[in-house]
Design a protein around this ligand. Structure first.
Ligand code: 5GP
Length: 179
């Protein structure tokens, strides 16, 4: 049986302090405003939970679930909505919270869709960014960490639905590709 191995890329402590910094920036930028925080399921659920608990401005939360077809460790670019927002976004300040921007196709699809609903403002907050894999021109307004082209798991991110509960963000190293 093959057993995957994991190497810590970002520790729990590093993630916590960066999430606090992101929240401070959001608190400052939206001072005096209200905010709808939109989490993209499932990968963003832990990041979102930590981020919103550091926010001091009035917020509401909602979630969208998107799916991209394709191989297990790579997104293919085809996106469909599995769960839409329950909250109307017209006239509201929206921040979309995503776990990782890879090709950018998922987020650009979501951003285009939400813009058609006439929010007051729309920004993107991504914990991780892999700019080397980008296929569309999209840059998160708030970004936790820029990382190389590794497949990572933990802190909400999965491999075949496993490892979302890891406290650190780890690089997946399949056993058949020993280094
Ligand atoms: P994009 O549309 O930007 O190519 O893909 C974004 C989605 O692909 C992320 O929300 C995530 O679900 C998945 N993804 C991309 N890179 C990784 C990765 O390194 N690890 C995991 N677990 N998912 C990833």
């Amino acid at each position: 049986m093959h057993r995957n191995r994991y190497k810590i890329l970002l520790s729990e402590a590093e993630i916590r302090s960066r999430v606090e910094e992101l929240a401070r920036a959001i608190n400052t930028d939206y001072s005096g405003e209200e905010l709808l925080v939109v989490g993209i399921l499932k990968g963003a659920f832990i990041f979102m939970a930590d981020l919103v608990r550091e926010l001091t401005i009035p917020i509401a939360v909602d979630f969208m679930d998107m799916s991209s077809y394709g191989a297990s460790t790579r997104s293919s670019g085809e996106v469909r909505i599995l769960k839409d927002l329950e909250t109307p976004v017209e006239g509201k300040n929206i921040i979309v919270v995503e776990d990782i921007v890879d090709t950018g196709l998922t987020l650009s699809y979501i951003a285009e869709l939400l813009r058609t609903r006439n929010p007051k403002s729309l920004r993107i907050c991504a914990l991780l960014d892999k700019p080397s894999r980008r296929k569309v021109d999209i840059t998160p307004d708030y970004r936790g960490f820029t990382i190389p082209d590794y497949f990572v798991v933990g802190y909400g991110l999965d491999y075949n639905e496993e490892h979302r509960n890891y406290r650190d963000i780890c690089i997946l190293q399949p056993a058949q590709h020993e280094d």
